[in-house]
Design a protein around this ligand. Sequence first.
Ligand SMILES: C[S@@+](CC[C@H](N)C(=O)[O-])C[C@H]1O[C@@H](n2cnc3c(N)ncnc32)[C@H](O)[C@@H]1O
Length: 201
Amino acid sequence: MDASEWNKRYADSEYVWTIKVNQFVEQHLAELEPGTAIDLAAGECRNAVWLASRGWEVTAVDYSEVGLDKGRKLAQDNLSDKASNLRFVCADATTWQAPEPVDLVLLSYLQLENDERTAALRHAKAWLNPGGRIFVIAHDQTNVTEGYGGPPSKEVCYDLDETVETLSGLRIEVAEVAERIVDRPDGRHIALDTLVMARND
Ligand SMILES: C[S@@+](CC[C@H](N)C(=O)[O-])C[C@H]1O[C@@H](n2cnc3c(N)ncnc32)[C@H](O)[C@@H]1O
């Protein structure tokens, strides 16, 4: 999907995704000391708003202006005095460059084909302050045949070993294919996500 297709998808006033922070973001980032962060492909900004509410200074980047507008609304409704912790940049995640290094780069379900995926991860890795972390959450390739939801094509899904390899040079703190429970009216499902947290030591 390109930016205009994402804009169409986000055009409805309802949020496309849940506005609740992603469960793995909450699980792995809640204990970190707040600093500066980039949420790359932030979408409607559920994770960026959560980080900003906890004192992080967040730059939410996405190429869908409509998604970011919904993020602005989410921030307005939830951040009150912390609204200035969050800024929005409409840009392509594969080419945009961070103006200065940060303490955290979050990629939450930025599903790209091989070369673009590698480019985005390599850029993100280069933006880290000493001690900074990158946290990748993405639909795993195994999800296509064994899991629930997500893109039907393996091309845009992540492979754990490949993701770790692309982040070589960083210290890997978390590397797993994690089960995510998805409750739907037709019952409970399990989605399979690549999770990698790596630190610039
Ligand atoms: C599945 S949504 C995830 C949104 C958000 N990270 C979350 O977890 O709720 C994927 C997002 O990636 C964005 N995206 C996809 N390709 C992109 C690119 N090349 N540059 C910037 N954003 C991109 C889309 O606009 C969309 O908002």
